[in-house]
Design a protein around this ligand. Structure first.
Ligand code: SF4
Length: 455
């Protein structure tokens, strides 16, 4: 069920629940010019002044009804054929996902782009850092397009290159640069996939690596083989949850606040640290609470609670399973008996799973409908706009990562690609057989031809 349908049902009193803001019903372009990220989970986060802004698109797209936009997108895609590939993130709205050739998480979609060597253009219906990663991994002559330039990620925007370089200078001044007796350098930088390309490049040129939520444990092991400690950015929760599952004490994971000298820590605390955690978070996953889990267990005895590792530590500890979007999908797909699942991740993905697996009872842990506001900025109007321009031979909203950044970022991404995914310690991987490769049902996505790809 699409968010628009859910909002309509709630406002008409035909469904239980609430939305985080009535502005969710407003068209995307009404909030593209507001100072924050717009309605949804990160609407209160501060948007950096350097974040890209989307200019006004022609009225014919802003005023077109949904059916007309749908037909125009279909027609443009049919005309372009294999010359274009449309990628849709799991958290994207259904009205956009129905046009995607591939559906997946950011890592899977970056790989999916590589499987379409004939495509001249990759239209990425996700957020800015994902399009940058696709541009780094794509062939030089493939053009990567983000339908709405203002579709950023508030978590990624919480770490910028200047703040990270300043932190690095302080830390290396404290730790020195000499390896220990085992040849391990004092500190290794690790960035989550959800970060700007220049931060991935920073890791590449400083002996570091990129991680995803699927392979964060393998990546931290890689880092500790080469370093005495890790600087992990931008998501504190993924860093903390992964390091804790590896047996590292939370006492040895100080938080680095980029606005404070020493990140707000004493030299002694930093010298004791094993993982220095950046003060970043995902506003979507921060909404989940231990109380919601308790309520789900009270109201649905036997419920399986699955949460994403971007959730706070107490939530991950209280859940039955914690893992990436892919692991969440695999866990649901692997259930052979009708099961009740309470899921702690973005609402569009939870609703789609509920439609795709009607034999199970699947609901979002958070009773309030609150989508990822940055993903929400990709409206079908923007998709129609960039696709029809491609038909005319025009490339709009191209994402181009500078060559020097690409070279270093690719080093860190290639290290990431070699680090195989595995679940957090103590948790079971449902196994590759459970990974979906078939198209979600029409009920789940509106139309066919959408394929979930594996990393
Ligand atoms: S769900 Fe969170 S981490 Fe993912 S794009 Fe939205 S704000 Fe960023």
């Amino acid at each position: 069920m699409s968010i628009a349908t859910t909002i309509e049902l709630i406002s008409n009193g035909r469904a239980a629940g609430a939305t985080c803001t009535p502005d969710l019903a407003a068209p995307t372009w009404d909030f593209d010019t507001v100072p924050g990220y717009g309605p949804g989970s990160s609407m209160s986060d501060v948007i950096p002044t350097s974040a890209p802004r989307q200019g006004v698109i022609p009225d014919e797209y802003r005023n077109a009804p949904d059916d007309e936009l749908h037909e125009r997108i279909e027609r443009a895609k049919a005309t372009l054929g294999d010359r274009v590939v449309v990628l849709g993130h799991f958290y994207q709205r259904d009205e956009v996902v129905r046009h995607a050739d591939f559906l997946g998480d950011s890592f899977q979609l970056a790989n999916a782009a590589l499987t379409k060597p004939d495509a001249e253009a990759i239209v990425f219906c996700g957020v800015h850092f994902m399009a940058e990663t696709a541009d780094i991994l794509a062939r030089d002559d493939q053009r990567v397009i983000l339908p709405n330039l203002a579709a950023g990620c508030s978590m990624a925007d919480m770490a910028d290159i200047d703040s990270v370089e300043a932190a690095w200078a302080e830390l290396t001044a404290l730790y020195g640069t000499e390896p220990d007796a085992d040849g391990r350098v004092p500190v290794i930088p690790v960035t989550y996939m959800n970060s700007a390309a220049d931060l991935k490049a920073f890791c590449g040129r400083n002996g570091g690596i990129v991680c995803t939520s699927s392979n964060a444990a393998t990546v931290l092991e890689w880092a500790f083989e080469r370093g005495q400690r890790v600087l992990f950015f931008p998501d504190q929760h993924l860093g903390r949850n992964t390091a804790k599952a590896m047996g590292i004490s939370t006492d040895r994971m100080p938080m680095w606040n980029p606005r404070l000298a020493g990140g707000g820590n004493t030299a002694a605390e930093l010298l004791e640290a094993q993982v220095v955690l950046w003060h970043g978070f995902c506003s979507v996953h921060r909404r989940f609470t231990v109380d919601q889990i308790a309520q789900a267990r009270r109201e649905h005895p036997g419920v399986q609670v699955i949460v994403h590792p971007e959730c706070p530590m107490a939530v991950v500890d209280a859940a039955d399973v914690a893992g990436s979007t892919d692991l969440i999908r695999k866990t649901v797909a692997a259930a052979t008996e009708p099961t009740t699942f309470a899921i702690g991740t973005e609402i569009n993905m939870v609703n789609r799973l509920a439609a795709e697996y009607p034999q199970h009872t699947i609901f979002c842990l958070d009773p309030v409908v609150c989508p990822c506001s940055t993903m929400y900025r990709i409206h079908p109007g923007y998709l129609a706009w960039v696709l029809e321009a491609l038909v005319r031979g025009e490339v709009l909203n191209e994402i181009v990562v500078p060559a020097a950044v690409q070279i270093d970022a690719k080093v860190a991404l290639e290290r990431m690609l070699a680090a195989k995914p595995r679940p957090l310690a103590g948790q079971r991987d449902p196994g590759p057989a459970a990974t979906g490769t078939a198209a979600p049902s029409a009920a789940a996505t509106g139309t066919a031809a959408t394929t979930t790809v594996r990393a």
